[in-house]
Design a protein around this ligand. Structure first.
Ligand code: SF4
Length: 366
């Protein structure tokens, strides 16, 4: 298993962006655009605070805008500031986030020359209609070409996806994932669409032209997405935007939760537990689950919600959880008189067809 790197983020809000995407208000994640000259100080200050963990790579990340659409000279000014840290070995590599239509061969050559090894591509969706309504200004084909080009250079590729954009649906999301898994990115980040103060989406929402996914809907969509990606062995690096005070202050509506990833994992464990109990009904008798210690909180759910729901549905006399380090992570066991039944989360996709769909739209964003 690869260890996640320690990232020193430098936010360049909206820098390089030609237009404002419908959902975007980068001002909530960073206040000012740091100048190239300030980058060295930021890295030094961050390195001084970092724990010395020699096993984890350290990366500087330029996030928050369209890095590769900034004027070339300015890109170089930013990247040059990282070079002394790369030469001394204090930093291992650089990562950037950008749009799929700003990644031509010349840009990739420049990035490689200056130590960029990871590129996070804002795909958001692989459905052209959804991209058009979100005013992205690129299409799914741009993402396919960009990822293939990045791969041929040897970059590590991350993909950002959103759910619940205008015109989106669970079927669209599932199709987007199918198209992306064919491209085999190294990791994926997914977050639900949020209505943020100052983003163009705010007006559409206030006018009644858009209603975001509820938290429950988002968890159901994400559950399916996570399982689909796991089946394709593609790691999910993050679910949901990073919780910050600025983000919470700007949030008007949408499926936001500071521990969204955990909610999704709990929903997966609930489904596994339910599937096991359906195989072996427990009315009035004792249920004994077997689970890895690190996953007991997922099995229980927030405030023990999963256990309460299972008790309500299956009416056992009690539910016991036996924790064991030897129990494989990602799986749940049920002790029965005949032996143990094992259920792995990978099997869930077979049990769950796509539920009743709800379109987030149709909406014109004029
Ligand atoms: S979503 Fe990305 S590309 Fe769109 S305006 Fe915001 S920072 Fe720029």
């Amino acid at each position: 298993m690869t260890t996640t790197p320690i990232i020193i983020p430098i936010f360049l809000p909206n820098l390089g962006c030609r237009e404002r995407c419908l959902f975007c208000n980068q001002k909530v994640t960073a206040k000012e655009i740091p100048s190239p000259l300030s980058v060295r100080g930021v890295i030094q200050a961050s390195l001084a605070k970092l724990p010395s963990d020699k096993k984890r790579k350290k990366e500087v990340a330029f996030y928050g805008g369209t890095f590769t659409a900034i004027e070339k000279e300015r890109q170089i000014l930013y990247l040059k500031e990282v070079q002394p840290f790369l030469s001394s070995g204090l930093i291992d590599s650089v990562r950037i986030s950008t749009r799929p239509d700003a990644l031509d061969e010349e840009i990739l050559s420049l990035l490689w020359e200056y130590g960029v090894r990871t590129v996070e591509v804002g795909a958001q969706s692989m459905i052209d209609q959804v991209l058009m309504l979100a005013r992205r200004g690129h299409n799914a084909e741009n993402t396919i070409c960009a990822v293939r080009r990045l791969r041929s250079w040897g970059f590590e590729v991350g993909i950002h996806l959103m759910i619940g954009l205008p015109g989106d649906s669970l079927q669209h999301f599932s199709k987007s994932l199918d198209r992306l898994t064919d491209l085999k990115p190294d990791f994926v980040r997914i977050h639900p669409t949020l209505v943020l103060k100052g983003a163009p989406l705010e007006k559409l929402w206030r006018d009644g032209g858009y209603s975001p996914l509820s938290l429950d809907e988002a968890v159901q969509w994400l559950k399916r997405g996570v399982l689909q990606l796991e089946r394709a062995s593609i790691p999910v690096a993050r679910i949901g935007l990073q919780a910050t005070k600025d983000l919470e202050r700007s949030l008007l509506a949408g499926a936001y939760h500071p521990a969204l990833h955990q909610l999704v994992d709990s929903a997966i464990f609930f489904d596994m537990a339910r599937s096991l109990l359906q195989l072996s009904p427990k009315n009035g008798s004792r249920v004994r689950f077997l689970c890895h210690p690190k996953e007991v909180s997922d099995l229980r759910g927030q405030r023990n919600e999963n256990i309460l729901r299972l008790k309500e549905e299956f009416k056992p006399s009690e539910i016991l959880i036996h924790e064991s380090e030897v129990w494989p992570k990602g799986s749940l066991g049920l002790q029965t008189k005949e032996g143990r039944i094992l259920f792995h989360r990978r099997s869930l996709l077979r049990y769950h067809s796509l539920p009743e769909d709800r379109d987030v739209g149709p909406f014109l964003t004029g």
